[in-house]
Design a protein around this ligand. Structure first.
Ligand SMILES: Nc1ncnc2c1ncn2[C@@H]1O[C@H](COP(=O)(O)OP(=O)(O)O)[C@@H](O)[C@H]1O
Ligand SMILES: O=C(CO)[C@@H](O)[C@H](O)COP(=O)(O)O
Length: 470
């Protein structure tokens, strides 16, 4: 089978919050032949929005950086930031900027949605108790604040669907990303018509949900990639990274990027009524229980900048507890929170405060890890796979080791979302399972760091500070 892939080039796209990354990959070996990257602009203040045209322009820019490979590609797939609300007119043009996953203005709308049905029903029916990140809450915000735009919508998309449609002309999504909307029922594996009626969204405005391994179509003329190349269904960025790693149940992933995420794949459908674990679908047909924080690398970089320090200039010791919830927080569910720093003394150093920000960001993720692994009951003390831009940092890695007490493996392959999208594209060429392709590409390989004794004192300080953060 691998022979069928030999010599073919596939493209994997990661359209994340801060940038678009494209990898051109040898489908036979997994060798990265070329890479491109172009930044996005995200609004600041209360809103977190990006014009979807910025994603399209960034994709074209990144494709331009991989030279001839864009015109040699046999297949392409797009992984994208989850949940964002894209509303289009009848010609596929954005009616307004996309509201992103980390825009928490819809907290009142999601509170009302959860209250109407109860957390247990949400968990049983949709797999997740929605937070302000979920698309359904953003749609409700739009209906309340910009009813004329909601009424004018002729198509509603997620970020990755928007790009897949621009590439192929097909109005499609996949179950991985659909499971983060709040209107796709994980219990039935289909759009929930009752929920759509409740929020006044015509199902005809939504993309068709493709099954694992199905293709969206082919690249059309003028899309920046060889016309006729196969286009995969794409998926959400976390689901794409899970494909890229070829995950098996019990292997925990901790991703340090704009969002912090902790997840595993599972054979059981998640139904966590506490709301900590989102019950996403995986792109290969299984499940992806996941917890996500809003404050990760950007929050720590902001603290470093405020302190006038480089991001690695941390110092051990001291007594601070720092919950860096600069954007409000999603895990724990505190959308109205702000950053909280306690335990300052005369001898506290700037480096200890910076270390405190790392500790607080990692603590929020690790607090959810046991719940994530409990979904499948497969906690075999396997190493945490550390990925995302932050995984390149020593301070991040050492913080995860010290607070988790687990071994930590850092895959040498960076850009696992784009690599996972490339795996999905390669699977279209041969019909192989994505996990087999990821295994043959050896994507998870990288240095393994032994466990350290868990720093219980810091964990206790953070747990004591948490009730003050709401
Ligand atoms: N060498 C590095 N050390 C530590 N952090 C890094 C390093 N390089 C990038 N980062 C962090 O990675 C983040 C981007 O991560 P990435 O996973 O690419 O983001 P996104 O979630 O938007 O895809 C930046 O905010 C930056 O803080
Ligand atoms: O909302 C979630 C997961 O539920 C985030 O993980 C987004 O998918 C954004 O991802 P990055 O831009 O941080 O990769």
């Amino acid at each position: 089978m691998a022979g069928d892939r030999q010599g073919q080039v596939v493209l994997g796209v990661d359209s994340s919050t801060q940038s678009t990354k494209v990898l051109a990959v040898d489908a036979g070996t997994g060798e990265v032949l070329a890479r491109g990257q172009a930044p996005h602009t995200v609004s600041t203040g209360a809103a977190r929005e990006t014009d979807p045209e910025v994603w399209w322009t960034a994709l074209q820019d990144a494709l331009g950086q991989i030279g001839r490979y864009a015109q040699e590609a046999a297949a392409i797939s797009v992984g994208g930031q989850q949940h964002g609300l894209v509303v289009l007119d009848g010609q596929g043009r954005p009616l307004r900027p996309a509201m992103l996953w980390n825009d928490v203005r819809s907290a009142p709308q999601v509170e009302a949605l959860v209250e109407r049905h109860g957390a247990q029903e949400w968990a049983d029916r949709f797999g997740s108790v929605p937070s302000a990140s979920f698309t359904v809450s953003k749609w409700e915000w739009l209906r309340a604040h910009e009813p004329e735009t909601a009424a004018a919508a002729r198509a509603v998309r997620l970020p990755h669907d928007f790009l897949t449609e621009r590439l192929s002309g097909a109005a499609v999504t996949d179950r991985g990303d659909a499971s983060g909307t709040g209107w796709w029922a994980s219990r039935t594996g289909a759009y929930d018509e009752d929920m759509l009626a409740e929020v006044g969204l015509d199902p005809k405005l939504l993309p068709a949900v493709l099954g694992p391994g199905e293709a969206a179509g082919q690249v059309r003329e003028g899309a920046g990639v060889r016309p006729g190349a196969l286009v995969g269904a794409g998926t959400g960025d976390n689901a794409a990274a899970a494909l890229g790693l070829g995950l098996t149940p019990g292997q925990p992933v901790l991703s340090l990027g704009t969002s912090g995420t902790v997840y595993a794949v599972s054979r059981q459908r998640p139904t966590d009524a506490t709301g900590t674990v989102a019950g996403f679908a995986a792109a290969d047909g299984g499940w992806l229980p996941l917890a996500c924080t809003l404050n990760c690398t950007l929050a720590v970089d902001k603290v470093a900048a405020l302190l006038g320090r480089g991001r690695e200039e941390v110092e051990p010791g001291g007594s601070v507890a720092f919950l860096p919830f600069l954007d409000g927080e999603r895990t724990p569910n505190l959308p109205y929170a702000s950053g909280l720093l306690t335990g300052l003394r005369h001898d506290t150093t700037a480096g200890q405060i910076l270390q405190g920000a790392y500790d607080g960001a990692v603590y929020a993720l690790l607090a959810a890890l046991d719940l994530v692994l409990a979904v499948d009951g497969e906690d075999s003390a396997q190493p945490i796979l550390l990925i995302g831009g932050g995984a390149k940092g020593v301070a991040w890695r050492e913080t995860v080791r010290r607070l988790s007490g687990r071994p930590v493996q850092v895959p040498a392959a960076s850009e696992l979302v784009a690599l996972g999208a490339a795996v999905q594209a390669a699977a279209l060429l041969t019909g192989e399972a994505p996990a087999a392709i990821a295994a043959s590409w050896n994507t998870a390989q990288g240095p393994l760091h032994d466990p350290l004794p868990r720093d219980e004192a810091t964990l206790e300080r953070l747990a004591a500070a948490l009730p003050l953060a709401g």
